[in-house]
Design a protein around this ligand. Structure first.
Ligand code: ADP
Ligand code: ADP
Length: 218
């Protein structure tokens, strides 16, 4: 589902953020991406999310080479991706329903289909009935679940999560991981960048470790 081949990234006026990174994640696989601050985790996620381009090497998403695609095709290809952030990135002046509906509105779905899919996504994260609330009226764990519902509403093949449990206590973190594991059951691939060693050790999925831009052998 995700393949990186000899990926290098150098920012202008900076050292190498990624050096010759190669990896392969299969359909329905869940993996953690870890390493110290500055190791290159965010950079790797940005290359996969088409927010940055590799300096050398190729990134394949579901067999398609996304390393040097035109700006014009990015929105279309991004529909295969669900992005989840540490700080949720919700629109606080919109309802839960509107937040989750956003990717579908951008994709131009008809209204009844939007309504059906938003409810299905909220159901999967246990938030059915909270459609009309605003994010700030919810707990942190609930806000992250809105973020997860928004990420899955387009039925992506790959979910990228950047420190998704960074603001959550251990119980809520476990709950979020549980949801990710359920998504893998239906064939979704999940890549999670995290510092949370305890969480990683508890769950026993594959661990990809970056050190100064190099992927360590596992
Ligand atoms: P994270 O919390 O994910 O490790 P960082 O603190 O490394 O994030 O970076 C925060 C943001 O600043 C990211 O978008 C990253 O790409 C950007 N950034 C990090 N280092 C630099 C830098 N030296 N120059 C410009 N932008 C940077
Ligand atoms: P992590 O997410 O593991 O903390 P990053 O991918 O944010 O690491 O950063 C990797 C390296 O690239 C760091 O040395 C950081 O300073 C540098 N970097 C990240 N983003 C930028 C940027 N936009 N411009 C210049 N340097 C950057």
């Amino acid at each position: 589902m995700l393949r990186c081949e000899h990926v290098c990234k150098r920012y202008p006026d900076a050292g190498d953020a990624l050096v010759d990174v190669s990896l392969n994640l299969g359909r329905g696989e869940m993996a953690f991406l870890t390493g110290r601050s500055g190791a290159g985790k965010s950079t790797l996620l940005k290359l996969i999310a088409m927010m940055e381009q590799s300096t050398r090497g190729n990134v394949f998403l579901d067999g398609k080479d996304i390393s040097r695609i035109s700006e014009r095709r990015i929105p279309y290809l991004r529909r295969n991706l669900g992005l989840i952030f540490q700080d949720y990135k919700l629109l606080n002046d919109r309802t839960v329903f509107d937040n989750v509906a956003l990717p579908l509105i951008v994709s131009g779905y008809p209204h009844p289909e939007i309504s059906r899919r938003v409810r299905a996504a909220l159901d999967k994260v246990g938030l059915l009935g909270k459609e009309r609330k605003h994010p700030l009226a919810l707990s942190g764990g609930e806000q992250q679940r809105v973020g997860i519902a928004r990420a899955i509403v387009n039925k992506p093949k790959l979910i990228l999560a950047d420190e998704p449990t960074g603001n959550l206590d251990p119980d809520l973190s476990a709950e979020v991981m549980n949801m990710f594991e359920q998504f893998t059951q239906v064939g979704v691939t999940v890549l999670i960048a995290t510092h949370d060693i305890e969480l990683i050790n508890q769950l026993g999925h594959r661990v990809l470790t970056l050190e100064q831009g190099h992927l360590l052998p596992c």
